[in-house]
Design a protein around this ligand. Structure first.
Ligand code: MGD
Ligand code: MGD
Ligand code: SF4
Ligand code: MO
Length: 663
């Protein structure tokens, strides 16, 4: 038996280190690496089934060409040569007639690998050689990244392992036990040492159940809460004047802004009782260190970028950045400094950037949609309009996939892709400070090819002989590690391959902003006047009475695994959580079959009457394959739109109504 070290490629902050046991060329066992300080020997309910998933009977193993109408999912098997030939002819024709920008390489977060996934070069060199449009991966974390960068100069913040040292922990718009549970062990360590844990979430999640306190905030009003808490901090005389003077800018204006948010006003805006805001503000004022965990859920609102920007101000005021266990942890991606050279010099001229969440509108601007690592029909806003766009006859759609998703159903050509145990990759986490190497454990099944190999073959077939398009995986990996950044000191490809994972060369304890911030003047920038709170779009007048939140599902990872029979069985039928008052007002009963709908579309669900949501708020998890759940999922009612910063997505900021099915 051979044990091979790898890394979970999925879009989850934890990027686990795993060990695959191989017998006679077959992967027989996968477990979390007990040696890895963040993985600590555990994977999760989803990835515990990863091996089974790689061997699933619906796995796509060969190239295919569409034979039925678009959307029908009817294909015939073809050879790689036929596929490459048809693709080459179509791409060349499109470039000649309409220019390279008529191609949209739509890459999602199916893998976060720097070779095969969205974090690295993943085909971009090839697309640059053709002059294709660029792709803005704004679907996930863009608003928060922008808000934090405006404040701190980077989205990076605390080392999540340092939560063990916090005395007050705010789990703010994050569902730790579902969407990245490895942090929980560090929170438990803190709790054992007396820390107080508060969940701030419109839903009483399983994470909120485990916290000492839950504040059911009105969706999209977090910046107002941050200002209200700071109002109490100021009143308590707990401003760290020395930190503010030495390491921040814009305090006088920001202090004036804070003064405009007394607790009573914030209670009105957020729906949280004034007394609870005052109590938490007082606790925050007098508890060092305070650690804030905010993840992506909080920023899927019209004011989502500002929410993170204003939350980032809190440790600037309290001076928490001085202490191990103090600060904000959103994404550690800002601490990763690999050398990602997408070779923009290969572009003959500058090209436009198309935005992921605007697929429904912008699809009409292109003649080729090339989807990889993504399932837009299941994952992207305004999915009914996307479907209509994908029916267009003059659109050439190629999908590289593992499974026959709803998006695959619209493809002209489908290309079979390798899964993580079958290809090589380099990873970093967005919830820890390690780099990981993923060594292939088994040979690819059927005719599956990795992302890098697919683009190498396509480049060769098209006669593109630029050497950068033909770099091997190991050459690409060595290049990635060669950035010269001090955090990569001593980390060679050989070492990474041998050891499987390496902590980046950051000091421990890691207090990244104790001595200043990576902004131009080295100071944290407080939000300017009038820019500290942007309300959600869900507060606008609407004929639809309910605000829908579509959070992470416990047993799926976005739409990945939503075709795994056991995980679907555990998830049961799609539900929508409704407060008893809202259910009564609409005459809905528990377990009733309903349509959740608005102007954009509708999806079917069963009503679950629950006090986990407040009146006015309903919730239905993301991730279902529409074709396996009644033809639609919540993205049918998610309206296109951009957050205030970074053009982030607005998945939790939509108004809906609920009607009995068939009504
Ligand atoms: N099991 C599982 N794990 C996942 C994923 C998955 O699909 N399933 N997805 C992965 C991906 S791609 C990502 S980006 C991360 C996302 O992970 P999270 O950031 O945890 O994302 P969400 O589940 O969307 O939202 C987290 C919580 O924020 C709450 N929330 C929504 N709106 C607001 C608000 O306005 N204010 C506050 N305070 N809270 C709000 C939601 O109710 C939810 O409980 O998780 C990753 N991990
Ligand atoms: N309603 C609602 N919708 C949401 C969200 C929400 O909170 N609410 N969250 C959004 C977020 S945070 C995200 S990140 C997006 C994710 O949206 P997507 O990026 O579309 O991710 P998935 O839906 O998981 O689809 C990923 C697909 O990539 C494939 N894949 C995985 N690895 C590889 C590979 O190596 N090669 C190839 N060729 N394919 C691969 C998988 O089989 C899977 O079908 O969804 C967003 N959608
Ligand atoms: S999905 Fe997250 S928790 Fe699960 S194995 Fe992957 S990285 Fe770990
Ligand atoms: Mo995401």
């Amino acid at each position: 038996m051979l044990n091979v070290l790898g890394a979970c490629p999925l879009d989850c902050p934890d990027t686990c280190s795993w060990v695959v046991s191989v017998e006679d060329g077959k992967a027989v066992k996968m477990r979390g690496n007990p040696e890895h300080p963040y993985t600590r020997g555990a994977l999760c309910v989803k990835v515990n089934r990863y091996l089974e998933h790689t061997q699933a009977s619906d796995r796509i193993l060969h190239p295919m060409r569409r034979v039925g109408p678009k959307g029908s999912g009817q294909f015939e098997r073809i050879s790689w040569d036929e596929a490459l030939e048809e693709i080459s002819v179509r791409l060349r024709g499109i470039v000649e007639e309409f220019g390279g920008e008529a191609i949209w390489p739509y890459q999602g977060t199916g893998s976060l690998g720097y070779l095969q996934g969205c974090e690295g070069v993943g085909g971009r060199r090839f697309w640059n050689a053709l002059g294709a449009s660029k792709h803005w991966l704004n679907i996930c974390s863009a608003a928060g990244n922008s808000g934090l960068t405006l404040a701190n100069g980077t989205p990076g913040g605390m080392d999540p392992e340092d939560f063990a040292h916090a005395k007050l922990i705010l789990l703010w718009g994050t569902n730790t036990l579902t969407s990245g549970h490895h942090l929980w062990k560090f929170i438990q360590d803190a709790k054992a040492a007396g820390a107080h844990v508060v969940a701030i979430d419109p839903i009483r999640t399983r994470t909120a159940d485990q916290a000492d306190e839950h504040l059911a905030i009105r969706p999209g009003t977090d910046a107002a809460l941050a200002l209200g808490l700071l109002n109490v901090v100021v009143a308590e005389g707990a401003v760290d004047e020395a930190f503010v003077a030495e390491h921040t800018s814009g305090w006088d204006d920001f202090a004036a802004e804070i003064a405009r948010y007394p607790v009573e006003r914030v209670a009105e805006l957020t729906g949280i009782p004034a007394e609870a805001i005052h109590r938490l503000g007082t606790r925050l004022a007098h508890t060092r260190p305070t650690a804030i965990r905010a993840t992506m859920g909080i920023q899927r609102h019209a004011g989502g970028g500002t929410a993170l920007r204003t939350i980032a101000a809190i440790p600037g005021v309290t001076g928490d950045w001085r202490h191990q266990g103090g600060g904000v942890a959103y994404s550690t991606s800002g601490h990763v400094h690999l050398n990602i050279d997408t070779r923009d010099d290969l572009l003959a001229q500058p090209v436009r950037t198309l935005t992921m969440t605007r697929l429904a509108s912008d699809l009409e601007k292109v003649k080729c949609l090339w989807v990889y690592g993504a399932n837009p029909v299941g994952s992207t806003s305004d999915s009914e309009r996307i479907r209509r766009g994908l029916l267009r006859d003059d659109l050439f759609t190629v999908v590289m996939e593992h499974f026959p998703t709803d998006t695959v159903d619209y493809a002209d050509i489908v290309l079979p892709a390798t899964m993580q145990i079958e290809h090589m990759d380099l990873h970093a986490g967005y919830g820890h400070l390690y780099l990981l190497w993923n060594e292939p454990a088994v040979a690819p099944p059927g005719e599956c090819l990795s992302t890098t190999e697919t683009f190498r073959r396509l480049a060769a077939h098209m006669g593109l002989d630029e050497p950068a398009l033909h770099a091997s995986d190991l050459e690409l990996a060595a290049e990635l590690l060669d950035s010269g950044h001090p955090s990569l000191e001593g980390i060679t490809l050989d070492r990474l391959r041998k050891e499987g994972w390496v902590r980046m060369s950051y000091p421990q304890p890691f207090t990244p902003f104790a001595e200043g911030f990576p902004t131009r003047d080295g100071r944290l920038r407080f939000p300017p006047r009038g820019k500290a709170y942007v309300p959600p779009r869900s507060v606008a007048a609407s004929p639809y009475g309910l605000t829908l939140i579509t959070p992470a599902a416990h047993t799926f990872l976005n739409t990945t695994f939503a075709n795994n029979p056991e995980l679907v069985r555990r998830a049961k039928e799609p539900v929508v959580l409704v407060n008893a008052a809202d259910a009564a007002a609409r005459g809905l009963s528990d377990g009733q079959r309903v349509r959740v709908h608005n102007d954009h579309g509708a999806f079917p669900a069963l009503v679950e009457i629950s006090d986990r949501v407040a009146p006015g708020v309903v919730a239905s998890p993301k991730g279902r394959w529409p074709k396996l759940s009644g033809g639609a999922n919540p993205n049918s009612v998610v309206q296109e739109g951009d957050a205030d910063l970074g053009r982030g997505a607005l998945y939790h900021d939509n108004r809906v109504e609920i009607s009995p099915a068939g009504a």
